[in-house]
Design a protein around this ligand. Sequence first.
Ligand code: GAP
Length: 459
Amino acid sequence: MAEPQLMEKIVALCKRRGFVFQSSEIYGGLNGVWDYGPLGAALKRNIKDHWWKAQTQLRDDIVGLDGAILANRAVWQASGHEKEFSDDLVDCKGCQSRFRADQIPPNKPGQKPGSCPECGGELTAPRKFNLLFQTYVGPVQDEKSITYLRPETAQVIFVQFKNVLEVARKKLPFGIAQIGKAFRNEINPRNFTFRSREFEQMEIEYFCKPEQGMALVDQWLEDRLKWYEAIGIPRAKIHVKDIADGERAFYSKKTYDLEYEFPFGIQELEGIAYRTDYDLTQHQNASGKSLEYFDEETKTSFIPHVVEPSAGVDRTVLAVLCQAYDEEKTTDEKGAEEVRVVLRFAPCIAPVKVGVFPLLKNKEHLVAKAKEVADLLRPHMAIAYDEAGAIGRRYRRIDEAGVPFGITVDFETFEGTKEAFGNIAAGEKETVTLRHRDSMKQERVRISELLGLILPQLS
Ligand code: GAP
């Protein structure tokens, strides 16, 4: 399938099944802003929970933080964002289109190279455009009340470093993890949710001794690749770019970009940067407060260095969707050929884990038993109960939603029970059809064994 066509299909599926909607759609939308629908919200939450658990619960050396979106303007002055956080912008003198200087689409045939790709008009020289969203704090809108919506979550971690250090009582190396919203007034939001103006980040600032920094970047690279694998993104689809000297931020001694093979190109998913002691030094100098660490062993104080794995939640969701999307030729119940669209999510992040169906909705005992099965599973996992339409259709619906398991209560369910059909209480011998999303294989499983069978496959 041609890649642009594939992306169109993924975008259409996201709307159709309620993963992602355009923000303010009934008012014509808001460029670069997206809302996650029921399935998207669950998928995003599962990805964040997986990351949070891997970074905080399963390790002893990282603690969490949930900082505010707003901060004192001084934070953004010290970090350099107020002055430096800009992209080069060019305008078309003819049609007034705006482009990021490093992302001008190619000219169409017949257009003069370097002219506007929209109308062929003359482009201005690049000028700096600051990406910060400015706002005012309090009722008076003047110079003194200016601040910005945070463009990254990282600075909040640096600014709270000393407070966290005191309460967490950790020794170097240790990290602070945070998930939260960030805002950038991108010149050209594009590629669906890939470049948005409002997005979420999952960031770790991993503080260390200066001599540990370089080795830790490589360690983090390995850790992060493993994490992507665990949520269903294979290593083979991630390109690791070792950013060359001269192309890195001036304070970074080493940076890896992890790039995913999106249908629209190989693009950044995460950056892992060794930022040295730059950020803490900036904040120590600007605030006048010590951000040093006292090393009990050597009895010396110094500003820790930091390695920062910084991932985008929305880009991870998009990569997971692109990776999971599949089309497969099958035959329906009547033997006709059809295309099955299936999202092959890793079960651990699938928004819904199990679909539960009575074979027929007009058979009371099937419906009652299916609801009983749904109630049995509900406290342990996200389920979708559905009794509308032919069973084949219902399977297709859960395939498109990426639900790994389907459970059908059918006439065989009651075979082998003492009071077949009359007895709808959960019995030891009652069975259901368990359908596996990826293979479409079906097996008979006792209701009493369902939890033990499914739960281990969800972690
Ligand atoms: N604290 C470091 C930092 O913010 P970054 O490379 O600018 O580094 C980190 O951003 C990650 O945040 C990116 O790898 C990407 O996943 C995500 N990200 C950045 N800008 C984004 C945007 N406009 N839309 C969606 N995600 C974005």
